[in-house]
Write a protein that binds this ligand. Structure first.
Ligand code: EPZ
Length: 419
């Protein structure tokens, strides 16, 4: 079984360029299915989830060509997926539903898989398709949606959902008439998808607010697009810099996407300075103050940074309360870090009270999902001795060469394979 061996790290020092965003590139790849013309996406990150989606798009008849770090997609010969194995590997697979319904009038996929961080229903996605005029059935673990025509309408989500917002944007881009999404997600990757669709000739207005207007177009053409930097990679590396009391500059990022995290790091006593597209994080040797974290939809504190951040809080002074409001079981990493000496009391599945300890010590731990894996790497950088992290493959799903980037800053991480 493969595992990472992570040694206690000296202060991380140096400069790291940020990769483009996993949660932006996956919806944009699905958006390429809305046209029969070439779509070229530059600087695509080397992630397992990208590879999985490439395989899924290929099984939908889409041609997928890599040209250096660019992807060229052409969905001229679109069909429903022939090989459904890939759908079950990740949640983002559900985002092919909107484009398939729009282009073919019919979409059939098994329920998507994904990280075990909660129930993750797709009722809002299906509600949006029904509002647009589709007949949608969910039975026996499969989704089947049919619509001779999709007609623009008002879609009011019962809860803020990134995926449902994205799926309805994709389905509505070529619908007849105007669709208005109320209670829309405002994440940076929702805005990036809107910009991508508009570069294809769509008319999407209001992305980044909770009301998005999509004026349906008869035809969308090909595009050449570069995806935004990864907000969650940026945040994870900011936290790693603070956790090792280092001095790290992140380049090619968007500081305004990081406001909620930067504010919390400053509140703890770290130093964060920013320019147009760089962020510099410097630790402090006199120890950090504990703070309370409550995850929220954007622009609140991102749920995807809760796991790395709550790891940092395990050695902050005093008490910190972590409240995960987006997913119902996203604190499992803290149980693992408890084996490394952290003092964590779970009020319920979504709330933890952390009493800071002077230090963690290395132990064998297991990643339970993508961001938990990154959190355990940070715990390993903080802990005395060596930490073995099992199931590191989760990390490859969403971080491009994370261990190489950390090692280039002075960390000591080895990927060991035992057959
Ligand atoms: C996206 O997941 C991201 N994944 C997640 O990142 C991220 O944590 C999440 O948004 C929140 O920001 C991708 O973009 C591929 P949601 P998504 O729909 O779209 C409930 C990572 O680590 N809900 O906004 O699945 C749901 O159960 C991943 O990169 C419904 O009830 O998230 C959850 O409690 C993990 N019904 C909440 O809404 C629905 O139909 C937010 O889910 C849809 C969602």
């Amino acid at each position: 079984m493969a595992h990472y061996a992570v040694r206690e790290s000296p202060p991380l020092r140096g400069e790291i360029p940020i990769s483009t965003s996993k949660n932006a590139v996956l919806p944009i790849m699905c958006g390429a299915l809305l046209t029969g013309e070439d779509v070229r996406i530059e600087r695509v990150p080397e992630l397992t989830d990208v590879k999985t989606l490439c395989a899924l798009l290929a099984s939908c008849g889409c041609s997928v060509k890599k040209e250096g770090d660019a992807l060229v997609l052409n969905a001229g010969a679109l069909q429903n997926p022939q090989d459904e194995e890939d759908v079950r590997k990740m949640r983002a697979s559900v985002l092919v539903l909107g484009p398939l319904l729009s282009r073919l009038g019919e979409a059939r996929i098994p329920l998507p898989g994904g990280c075990a961080i909660g129930q993750r229903p797709i009722d809002q996605h299906l509600k949006g398709f029904r509002m647009l005029g589709a007949n949608v059935e969910q039975m026996g673990g499969r989704i089947k949606a049919k619509a001779d025509v999709l007609t623009g309408t008002d879609v009011v989500f019962d809860c803020v959902s990134v995926g449902a917002t994205i799926n309805v944007m994709l389905a509505a881009a070529k619908a007849h008439g105007t669709t208005i999404i109320y209670n829309a997600a405002k994440e940076p990757h929702v805005v990036d998808l809107a910009n991508f669709l508009n570069s294809m000739g769509a008319r999407v207005k209001g992305a980044g607010t909770d009301v998005i207007r999509i004026f349906g177009r008869d035809y969308l053409h090909g595009a050449n697009y570069t995806v935004i930097p990864d907000q969650i990679e940026t945040g994870t590396l900011m936290i790693a810099a603070a956790a090792t009391h280092g001095d790290v500059e992140l380049t090619g990022c968007i500081p305004t996407h990081m406001e909620a995290l930067s504010a919390k790091l400053l509140e703890m006593g770290a130093r964060v300075t920013e320019s147009d597209d760089t962020l510099r994080v410097r630790g402090t040797l006199c120890g950090y103050r504990g703070v309370n974290i409550k995850t929220q939809v954007y622009p609140g504190f991102p749920t995807d940074l809760q796991q790395p951040m709550s790891t940092l809080l395990t050695t902050a002074m005093g008490q910190s309360i972590v409240r995960e409001t987006i997913f119902e079981s996203r604190l499992k990493h803290l149980t693992e870090i408890g084996h490394m000496g952290a003092h964590v009391q779970f009020v319920d599945n979504a709330t933890a009270i952390i009493e800071g300890v002077p230090e963690l010590y290395g132990a064998p731990v297991t990643a339970t999902d993508l961001r938990a894996g990154a959190a355990l790497v940070i715990a390993g950088l903080m802990a005395r001795g060596v930490t073995e992290i099992y199931e590191p493959e989760y990390i490859d799903r969403g971080y491009e060469h994370l261990e190489d980037k950390l090692c280039s800053l002075g960390a000591e991480i080895r990927r060991e394979k035992f057959e």
